[in-house]
Design a protein around this ligand. Structure first.
Ligand code: ZN
Length: 235
């Protein structure tokens, strides 16, 4: 199988985008990463990005395929969004059913900036960890939104652009399984040790599934998926 030419991965340092990076490294000859600094309440994920890139580059021929990383600062997004991710508020579900961690339009902005970077870099594929099966149901993570964005960006840039979302219909247990298929225990160990999803930025408490507070919605989702993947009853 011949690998496709190149892709740009939206890479946060979280579990999902780490698996997406591995997926892209298997599919594409040249893979670059982009990350966004938007005033997150904690910057643990961002600190983990470089570590994960270094560790993943040691697997197979992925180091030869892994290209540069670009960080884009979007501080206005944090200022515009009065949400639990960027302010010191309790994580809770709002009356509209969305968790208050939802930053309105966040993924739309990320994709637009990533598309501008891809255009400059001559890359025609964006890869992101958007997922419909997430508990959160963020509307900017849905397949219908991705399809619309793909068309809007391709038309708006007059530049063919595909958005690949390998986790769109995969649950968290499936994400762990995908990591194992892509890179074996070496990759799942990197996900456990270095990827970060805890909303509270906790990297002091270690669990079988990685670091985190263990009680926030992101930790609970990650733990449940891990235990399901390992065949352990999560309940
Ligand atoms: Zn947590």
């Amino acid at each position: 199988m011949t690998a496709a030419p190149s892709a740009l991965v939206l890479f946060s340092g979280g579990q999902d985008s780490t698996v997406c990076l591995a997926w892209a490294l298997q599919q594409y000859e040249h893979v670059e990463t982009v990350g966004f600094q938007y005033g997150q309440r904690h910057e643990v994920e961002l600190a983990q990005r470089g570590i994960i890139r270094d560790e993943i580059a040691k697997l197979g021929d992925w180091g030869a395929r892994l290209g540069p990383d670009t960080m884009i600062a979007l501080p206005e997004l944090g200022r515009l969004s009065e949400t639990a991710l960027t302010r010191d508020r309790e994580i809770a579900f709002e009356v509209n059913g969305l968790p208050n961690t939802f930053v309105p339009g966040r993924n739309l902005l990320f994709l637009t900036y990533a598309a501008a970077l891809a255009y400059r870099r001559g890359i025609h594929t964006l890869v992101g960890g958007m997922c419909e099966t997430d508990y959160s149901g963020y509307p900017d993570c849905r397949q219908a939104t991705m399809t619309a964005m793909e068309e809007a960006l391709s038309r708006g840039l007059d530049y063919p652009l595909a958005i690949e979302t390998p986790l769109m219909f995969v649950d968290k247990a499936g994400t762990w399984a995908m990591a194992e298929t892509l890179g074996g225990a070496a990759l799942t160990d990197i996900v456990i040790a270095h990827s970060h999803t805890c909303y509270l930025g906790d990297r002091t408490h270690q669990h079988s599934w990685g670091y985190g507070c263990g009680t926030c919605p992101a930790c609970q989702l990650r733990a449940k998926g891990f235990l399901q993947w390992r065949g352990i009853d999560a309940l």
